[in-house]
Ligand binder design. Structure first.
Ligand SMILES: [Zn+2]
Length: 321
């Protein structure tokens, strides 16, 4: 019986020239310290169902409550850094594209870890935590095209006194700003940034589908997996906590941050990984000892890059941290 790694390597090698669609969910960011969005808090107020609080209706009823809920979560999100699984997908994109295969990464995550890792062919189908927008449709800062960088909104007054009168407002029309994320009572085509057309195109034309850390519980994964299976395309799922899969999905139950990085390049992407390692380590790479930080070992902090502030991290992957 093949190991998870051997199955994955074989799948990626066999995908040459084919449309490779990678779909990531909250599971890929767990190793970066971001809890899954559907986790239950102990707090009575915030322990309410996420499908009730993550709605436009709740924002309209209680904008201050909505903002407090998101600030609490997004503060943790902004402290997170990519883990080796995010970085491995960037290398996979580069390697696959070199082999003339279309590549698209569709993420359900609103964190910015794929961008921080350097993702290029990338769709954030649920929006992004680092942006806000005006709730007024047609406003230059609202749907269908507008949004604002979150850092441009001054939240200091609201943090001191979290009431509606201190919430940031749209510079164009004065409406209270909202999160630039897809809420449960909204549709995927409600903003151009969600790039729903590209997702539909991938669902119709993708040849090999690799799901990473997804629970298959939201509409976008349902669409992609059903379309793939109906067209008898290859579907793989990397997730140690995956529920029992349908027969035609190959379930790989090794954690993504272990299965995807380093080992995948080591077998099938060897040439690319070596070039990436040398390029990223530059003159500080010790060719004699091959010394570099090792992920998750905790034996030493990264000292090969002044920009890497992680207590541990594989240097080849931390160059953008
Ligand atoms: Zn506005």
């Amino acid at each position: 019986m093949l190991s998870d790694l051997e199955v994955l390597v074989e799948a990626m090698q066999g995908a040459e020239g084919k449309f490779l669609v990678v779909v990531t969910g909250a599971g890929i960011s767990l190793a970066s310290g971001i809890p899954t969005f559907r986790g239950q808090d102990k707090d009575a107020v915030w322990g309410r169902d996420v499908t009730e609080l993550g709605t436009f209706r709740f924002f309209q009823e209680d904008p201050a409550g909505s903002w407090r809920w998101y600030i609490d979560r997004f503060d943790k999100v902004f402290q997170a850094r990519p883990n080796p699984a995010h970085c491995a997908l960037v290398e996979l994109d580069a390697w696959h594209t070199k082999r003339n295969g279309p590549f698209l990464l569709v993420t359900q995550n609103i964190d910015t870890l794929h961008e921080q890792a350097g993702a290029r062919n990338h769709v954030k189908v649920h929006g992004s935590a680092d942006r806000v927008r005006c709730p007024v449709e047609g406003c230059s800062n609202g749907a269908p095209l507008g949004s604002l960088r979150r850092v441009e909104s001054d939240l200091s007054a609201f943090r001191r006194d979290p009431t509606a009168s201190n919430l940031p407002r749209c510079p164009a029309c004065g409406a209270i700003l909202r999160q630039h994320v897809l809420w449960f009572d909204e549709t995927y085509d409600s903003h151009a940034d969600y790039q729903w057309d590209r997702v539909c195109e991938a669902a119709e034309q993708g040849d090999v589908f690799l799901f990473v850390g997804t629970s298959f519980s939201v509409g976008v994964t349902e669409l992609l997996v059903q379309s793939a299976l109906a067209r008898r395309r290859s579907v793989f799922s990397v997730d140690p906590h995956a529920p029992p899969m349908v027969r035609d999905i190959v379930a790989l139950r090794t954690p993504a941050e272990i299965l995807l990085p380093a080992r995948l390049p080591a077998r099938s992407l060897r040439g690319l990984q070596e070039s990436v390692t040398e390029r990223s380590l530059g003159t500080r790479y010790d060719r004699r000892t091959k010394e570099r930080c090792h992920p998750w070992s905790g034996r030493r902090s990264c000292r090969l890059s002044s920009r890497c502030n992680r207590p541990s991290g594989r240097h080849a992957y931390c160059r953008r941290w």
